[in-house]
Ligand binder design. Structure first.
Ligand code: TXE
Length: 429
């Protein structure tokens, strides 16, 4: 019942409610930040600087986007005029993961409700707290009942029910590639629209002519932010042969300085791994790397911090070299504070290695040579390329991956249009 009402609500009114939600996220920033930190194990400062502000901005961005749209028209010589007409697809499902809980949950919900859809949304069962708080905020902001329906529960049960429900016309999912494949299998026979943001095994490509200090600083972040539990982390670092030794020693030295421990402490750089099964999975990959012949240059072990977090799941930031690019450690998504470093002789060899995985989400390229930067960017099989930066986000840009990293793009009008049916209307002149 909520759907026709919400889809018929003028864009300006939808926008006002969404802006109210954004400002209420802002006013409950401290509470949301603490909830995210306690639920997920990420450092408090990170939730404060990134996760919750971004959740607020997701609402702001899509709330204002719908006030500035224009439809396309195509003139067919002198015989006809076509115009494009958009309608919301109806009730949609949004399923999100645990690594950036409120950030990714709202990244899906905001464009869906902005487009005029009603949403059945499921946060990860591992990190439900901020989704619960969001439901309070939406009520207080005056979002009509039934527009956003947050359902908590396990993936195979609740997530699957959302995927299979015949009245849910589109699914926007972020999570593991295996789960994405399962959702695609269920959704395909009934032709549901699908947006799948899946895993990554992203190359971080470092040429000898890069700005070394800037590269080193950002490479620490792109390797270990959020304990490496971001699908965009650059977990495979490729370094041009002539600076390999210099990079290796400078990087390892910086990595060893990163403080692992209580996420509530301001000087913690690496917080807790999200869950015991995930902690065990990451450690098993470190063991695998050793079996595959890798050398652990830094980290490699679980950490037991003193005090409050002594029974938590902490892993040292880990750097491994000496592995072939084809081995499992270098091909499978570990999704933890573990990176490998590999040297390359030339662009040809680099591209062979960088493009060798089943994933194609993002890549980072470090060079001061503009032509080389563009050439490599064009030849790396990834949906998102950062040159001399990492995770510099503009919410208008298409966000998503190639190959097994997903289907479709989020962000900007791509996201709004995913939640719409697009109709062409042709008028004979
Ligand atoms: O994610 P799942 P998991 C990767 C990462 C990680 C792996 C598995 O490599 O180790 O995925 O993580 C819901 N039908 N990423 O198992 O299961 C689930 O409840 C419908 C990458 O924790 O994919 C949760 O809400 N839904 C990633 C969501 O899917 C189902 C972020 C994601 O959980 C379902 C997280 C089903 N059958 C993990 N089964 C990224 N791309 O950022 C589970 N779910």
């Amino acid at each position: 019942m909520a759907f026709p009402g919400w889809s018929a609500t003028p864009a300006e009114k939808r926008s006002q409610i969404m802006l109210k939600i954004a400002s209420m996220i802002e006013s409950r920033m401290t509470e949301l930040t603490e909830a995210e930190c306690l639920d997920n194990g990420k450092p408090l400062w990170l939730a404060r600087a990134v996760d919750i502000p971004r959740a607020r901005d997701n609402f702001k961005f899509f709330a204002t986007a719908i006030l500035h749209e224009a439809n396309e028209a195509h003139q067919t010589d002198h015989t006809a005029i076509n115009y494009t007409y958009y309608t919301p697809v109806g009730v949609v499902g949004c399923i999100s993961p645990w690594n950036l809980p409120l950030y990714l949950f709202t990244w899906k919900i905001a464009p869906a409700i902005a487009a005029g859809c009603c949403v059945v949304a499921k946060p990860s069962e591992v990190t439900p707290m901020t989704a619960y708080l969001l439901s309070e905020i939406c009520k207080d902001a005056g979002l009509p009942a039934g527009v956003l329906n947050i359902v908590h529960g396990l993936g195979p049960k609740v997530g699957n029910a959302i995927t299979e429900h015949p009245d849910i016309k589109a699914i926007s999912f972020t999570g593991g590639t295996k789960t994405g494949a399962e959702i695609a299998r269920k959704a395909a026979p009934v032709f549901k629209k699908l947006s799948l943001e899946l895993g990554g095994k992203n190359p971080n490509i470092i040429f000898a002519d890069c700005d070394f200090d800037a590269m080193l600083k950002t490479t620490i972040q792109s390797s270990f932010s959020n304990q490496g539990q971001i699908c965009l982390c650059g977990s495979r670092i490729f370094v041009e042969e002539s600076i390999y030794e210099k990079f290796k020693s400078a990087f390892v030295e910086r990595v060893k300085e990163l403080k692992v421990g209580d996420p509530l402490l301001e000087d913690t750089r690496v917080g807790a791994i999200v869950s015991k099964p995930h902690f065990e999975k990451i450690l098993s990959y470190i063991e695998l790397a050793k079996e595959e012949g890798g050398t652990i240059l830094a980290g490699g072990n679980a950490v037991v911090p003193e005090g409050r977090c002594s029974n938590g799941y902490f892993i040292e930031p880990t750097v491994i070299d000496g592995l072939p690019y084809t081995c499992r450690t270098n091909q499978e998504e570990i999704f933890g504070p573990v990176v490998t470093i590999t040297s390359f002789k030339n662009e040809e060899e680099l591209l062979e290695m960088a493009n060798s995985t089943m994933y194609g989400l993002s890549a980072t390229i470090w060079t001061t040579n503009l032509q080389k930067a563009h050439r490599v960017a064009h030849n790396v099989h990834s949906g998102i390329i950062w040159i001399n930066c990492w995770l510099l986000r503009d919410l208008r840009t298409p966000f998503g991956g190639m190959k097994s990293s997903g289907v479709g793009r989020e962000g900007g009008f791509e996201a709004l249009n995913f939640f719409r049916e697009i109709k062409n209307i042709c008028i004979k002149l």
